[in-house]
Design a protein around this ligand. Structure first.
Ligand code: NAP
Length: 249
C-alpha cells in the first residue's frame, strides 16, 4: 500500500492507534484522526515519523457532516491525493444499560459511530475511489453481535448493523474494485479498560479456544491484510479476530 492515503478514525489510542502504526509501517500515508486527545495523536504521528513513515493528525468529529468535510478537505490538502483506504474505527462511550434504563437516544448514540460516521465518510471518499478504480473500506465491528451481551443492547444492536451494511456496500461497490469488509474484534484490553490481566479476565479467556486475550496488533494485522494487495479478492466479509471465541454469522 506504498504511498496510498489511509484514514483511520479514532486513532489517538486503543485499536485505532495500532492500526494507524501498522498501515504506516506498510507504507501508507496515514491520517491519525482524533477527537479530544491531540497530544496522544501527535505522539503517534511522531512515532510514525521516527521510523520514516508519513502521517498527520487531524481533529474531527466523524459523527458530523462538518467534521467529515473538514477531515477530508484537510487530508486532500495535506497529501494532494485522495483517501484510498478508509478504516471506520472510532467509538464513543459504550454504557452498559438494562432495558429498563436504555433509551432510543442511547441507541442513536451508538448508531452515530457504527452507521452514520461510516456512511458520511464513505460517501465523502468513494467518488475518488471509483475514479481510481481502487479502494478499501474496513469497518470495525465487534464479537458482541454473536455473543448478544445482555444489558448492552444499545451497542450490540448498533454493531449488528455493521454486518449488513458491509455486505450491501460490498455488492454495490465491487464493480469499482472497491472492497468493503468488517473486522470483528474480541475483547482487547486498551487504555480505557485500565489494568486487565489474563487472570482477571479468566472467565472470558476460558471461552477462547486460543486461551489468551487479544492484542491491538492482532486487529491491526488483519486490517493491514485487508488493506493490502493481498486482500484484493476479499470483499463483503465479516471476519472475527477473537481467538475463535465465536465462529461467524
Ligand atoms: N477494545 C475492545 O475490546 C473492542 C472490542 C470489540 C470491538 N471494538 C471496536 O474497536 C473500535 C476501537 O475501539 P477501542 O476500544 O480502541 O476504542 P477507544 O480506545 O475507546 O478509542 C476510541 C477512539 O475514538 C475516538 N473518538 C471518540 N469520539 C470521536 C468522534 N466523535 N470523532 C472521531 N473520533 C472519535 C477517540 O478519540 P479521542 O481519544 O481523541 O477523543 C479514540 O481515538 C471501536 O469501533 C470498538 O467498538 C473494540
Amino acid at each position: 500500500m506504498k504511498n496510498k492515503v489511509a484514514l483511520v478514525t479514532g486513532a489517538s489510542r486503543g485499536l485505532g492507534k495500532s492500526i494507524a502504526v501498522k498501515l504506516a509501517e506498510a507504507g501508507a500515508k496515514v491520517i491519525v484522526n482524533y477527537y479530544n486527545n491531540q497530544d496522544k495523536a501527535e505522539e503517534i504521528v511522531r512515532e510514525i515519523h521516527a521510523f520514516g513513515g508519513e502521517a498527520v493528525a487531524i481533529q474531527a468529529d466523524v459523527t458530523s457532516h462538518e467534521g467529515v468535510d473538514k477531515l477530508v478537505t484537510i487530508s486532500n490538502q495535506t497529501f494532494q491525493q485522495p483517501i484510498e483506504i478508509l478504516v471506520n474505527n472510532a467509538t464513543g462511550p459504550q454504557p452498559e444499560l438494562s432495558l429498563e434504563d436504555v433509551t432510543w437516544e442511547d441507541y442513536l448514540d451508538q448508531l452515530h459511530f457504527t452507521v452514520k460516521a461510516p456512511l458520511l465518510l464513505t460517501k465523502a471518499v468513494m467518488t475518488a475511489m471509483k475514479e481510481n478504480q481502487w479502494g478499501r473500506i474496513i469497518n470495525i465491528g465487534s464479537e458482541v453481535v454473536e455473543l448478544g451481551n445482555p444489558e448492552f443492547s444499545n451497542y450490540v444492536t448498533a454493531k449488528s448493523a455493521v454486518i449488513g451494511m458491509t455486505r450491501s456496500w460490498a455488492n454495490e461497490l465491487g464493480k469499482h474494485n472497491i472492497t468493503v469488509n468488517a473486522v470483528h474484534p474480541g475483547f482487547i484490553p486498551v487504555e480505557r479498560h485500565g489494568e486487565v490481566t489474563e487472570e482477571s479476565a479468566s472467565d472470558y479467556v476460558a471461552g477462547v479456544p486460543l486461551q489468551r486475550l487479544g492484542k491491538p496488533e492482532d486487529i491491526a494485522g488483519m486490517v493491514r491484510f485487508l488493506a493490502s494487495d493481498e486482500g484484493d479478492f476479499v470483499t463483503g466479509q465479516n471476519i472475527n479476530v477473537n481467538g475463535g471465541k465465536t465462529f461467524g454469522v
